[in-house]
Design a protein around this ligand. Structure first.
Ligand code: GAR
Length: 214
């Protein structure tokens, strides 16, 4: 049977990519077909190469504008025949035409309990606000900033007087579990986006909770 093919898009360290390579790639009929990076110096590219996964670099500075860059990125993903695009620390906005093209087939991992603290520096935003509980969200990507239908969330209770390095560690540990679980659930057809009424917010229907606990 044809495997379910993932593309993972990255910008930096790639610890989430590593979690996907270690716990999803080559198992349960799921393959990482390619990795695309927004920066040539992303450590994530080394991780992909070590795993023998094809890579591509799509730096905005190599193209006349974002739409042109995203067109090249879309061609790369289509050439690799991908079923799902996973933004795993991809730190750039994507062109609306690109987002529409992969509508319902692109997810993102975000380091907060959305809709709280969307956008960049989400962990710092949460700590500055003084929340006692934060977390991780995996959601479909729509044309807004971190506004798409939510697939999975996990909460993290913060220690008294949390320091940023410790919270980042806690968030990463949760991401490395939650993102692979969400991918497996989507790959086996357990996630459906509810058709929204015009103007209504789209939501996800789950076959069961991705962490299997409820
Ligand atoms: C992750 O914490 C991810 O949630 C975050 O970037 C980090 C990438 O780490 N993404 C965002 O903030 C997107 N808004 P990694 O490169 O080690 O996977």
């Amino acid at each position: 049977m044809r495997p379910f093919r993932l593309a993972v898009l990255v910008s930096g360290e790639g610890s989430n990519l590593q979690a996907i390579l270690d716990s999803v790639h080559g198992r349960e009929g799921i393959d990482v077909a390619c990795v695309g990076a927004s920066r040539p110096d992303a450590r994530a590219l080394e991780r992909a190469r070590e795993a023998g996964v094809p890579t591509g670099v799509f730096a905005a500075s190599d193209h006349s504008d974002r739409a042109v860059r995203d067109e090249a990125l879309a061609e790369f993903l289509i050439a690799h025949d991908v079923d799902l695009v996973v933004l795993a620390g991809f730190m750039e906005l994507l062109d609306p035409a690109f987002v529409r093209r992969f509508d319902g087939r692109m997810i993102n991992v975000h380091p907060s309990l959305l809709p709280a603290f969307p956008g960049v520096r989400a962990i710092e935003q949460a700590l500055d606000y003084g929340v006692r509980v934060t977390g991780v969200t995996v959601h479909f990507v729509d044309e807004g900033v971190d506004t798409g239908a939510i697939v999975a969330q996990a909460a993290i209770e913060l220690p008294y007087a949390p320091d940023i390095a410790r919270v980042e560690e806690m968030v990463h540990a949760v991401e490395h579990r939650l993102l692979p679980e969400a991918i497996r659930l989507i790959a086996r057809g357990g996630v459906r986006i509810e058709p929204a009424e015009p103007g209504a917010r789209r939501r996800v229907n789950l076959e069961r909770e991705p962490n299997g606990e409820r």
